[in-house]
Design a protein around this ligand. Structure first.
Ligand code: EPU
Length: 431
């Protein structure tokens, strides 16, 4: 089993470029099968989740080739297939292929989705939306089977602005007959990028990035070239990494507007933040001060940055609260941060009360999910001594070349191979 070994206590200095966005790439990789002909996606991050999605497309007959950060995808020979359940269950967006495969093939069977274990993560909005578009859906033995001759436009209202449901239903509706509206749609930047991509393929999508998205169905779509935007969560993680270590880091190739919630909290906590049109510099004093954070759908504070931010606040002067409102159990980082000497209590299941401590100490910890892993990495960078992070498969799902990037900022971080005895699950009788 592999682990990350970090020798902490070194302020990060320098500048880094942000790679392509995981969540945007995963959503484009659902839409891409709607095209007649080849599509080229540039700036695709080579991470476990995009590799899994590419394998799923291949199992449905799409030709997929990686060439230096670009993916060449030709779905001309798409056909029905039994997917590898392990691969499909490794990512949540395997399920977001249901609508587009249905639009192409008229019938599709897919297993219930997987993804990080951070809450129940139901798919009821997806199912209701697809049914409104005319799909007949059956669930049996862990598999969904959907059938439809041709989907038909409908008015859909989402109870919550779910990014996944918004993107899945947009992608399903572009080849439907007539007009579809999605109200209370998610406004995340990934929704707007997906709309730009679909429109580049010949779709007619308007309003993406606002609460109402309108999709006028077209008869066919063509391939195109498209650049995956940069990853706002990796960008945010590097900013937090700079701040938690009391360093001075410039993160380039990002959209500053997308970082507003994170930047506001870093400023409120006492960090100096400067920004240009595609970069942000953060310089932090040795100790930041406590702030309160409330996660919310875009443009609120992103749930995906909640865990790294909690790590930062574990070292801030005073008492911070972090309230998670999107997922009911995105809390796997807390016990591990406490193992490193943090003082965090959970109230009511999703409010972290953080009494800032002066220092964290290196320890052997485990990543329970992707962003919990990111929280442990930034905590390890700031902690005294050596931190070993196990179960880093979670981190590999979403961070490209993480060690190399952090080393370029002066961190001491290595990927190591653990023996069987060191890989055993920790059970600490004191916790
Ligand atoms: N929801 C429902 N029913 C549904 C769909 C969603 O109740 O049918 C609720 C969820 O329970 C949750 C909220 O809506 O409370 C948002 O969940 P959603 O399913 O919309 O999230 P997602 O689309 O599966 C994407 C990102 C997540 C990110 C969330 C929120 C991808 C692949 N994943 O998830 O990213 O946390 O939006 O911004 O795009 C990550 O990158 O670490 C990650 C988990």
């Amino acid at each position: 089993m592999q682990a990350l070994a970090i020798k902490g206590g070194r302020p990060l200095h320098g500048s880094v470029d942000v790679p392509g966005s995981k969540n945007s790439a995963l959503s484009l990789l659902s839409a891409v099968i709607l095209a007649e002909g080849e599509t080229v996606l540039h700036n695709v991050p080579e991470i476990a989740d995009t590799r899994a999605k590419a394998r799923l497309l291949q199992s449905f007959g799409a030709k997929v080739e990686w060439r230096e950060g670009s993916l060449f995808i030709d779905p001309t020979e798409l056909h029905a297939a039994q997917v590898d359940e392990e691969v499909a269950r490794s990512i949540r967006t395997s399920f977001f292929l249901l609508g587009p495969l249905l639009a192409r093939l008229g019938r599709v069977t897919l297993p219930a989705p997987g993804g990080c274990k951070i809450g129940a993560r139901p798919v009821d909005y997806h199912l209701k939306g697809l049914s409104a578009l005319g799909a007949e859906i059956e669930f049996r033995n862990g598999y969904f089977t959907a059938r439809a001759e041709r989907l038909k436009g409908a008015d859909i209202y989402l109870d919550k602005p779910s990014p996944g449901a918004t993107q899945h239903l947009m992608t399903s509706a572009v080849l439907a007959e007539g007009v579809t509206t999605i109200d209370n749609a998610a406004m995340e930047p990934e929704v707007a990028s997906l709309a730009a991509f679909l429109n580049a393929m010949g779709a007619r999508v308007e309003g993406a990035g606002t609460p109402t998205v309108t999709i006028r169905g077209v008869d066919k779509l063509h391939g195109c070239r498209f650049r995956v935007p940069s990853d706002r969560m990796q960008a945010g993680t590097f900013l937090v990494g700079g701040a938690i270590t009391g360093g001075d880091v410039t993160v380039r190739n990002l959209l500053p507007g997308e970082q507003l919630p994170v930047v506001s909290k870093l400023r409120e906590a006492g960090a100096l933040v400067e920004e240009g049109h595609d970069w942000i510099r953060v310089a932090a004093p040795e100790r930041l001060r406590a702030v309160n954070v409330l996660t919310a759908p875009f443009p609120g504070f992103p749930t995906d940055m909640q865990q790294p931010m909690t790590a930062l606040l574990a070292l801030a002067r005073g008492v911070s609260t972090v309230e998670e409102t999107v997922y009911e159990s995105r809390i796997g980082h807390i016990q591990e941060l406490n193992r490193m000497g943090a003082n965090i209590m959970l109230q009511g299941g999703c409010v972290s009360i953080i009494q800032g401590v002066e220092r964290l100490q290196g320890a052997v910890v485990e990543a329970s999910d992707l962003r919990a892993g990111a929280a442990l990495v930034v905590a390890g960078l700031a902690a005294e001594g050596e931190t070993t992070i196990r179960k880093i498969g979670h981190i590999d799902r979403g961070y490209e070349k993480l060690e190399a990037t952090l080393r370029s900022l002066g961190a001491s971080i290595e990927r190591i191979e653990l023996g069987d005895s060191q890989s055993a699950v920790t059970s600490d009788p004191h916790l």
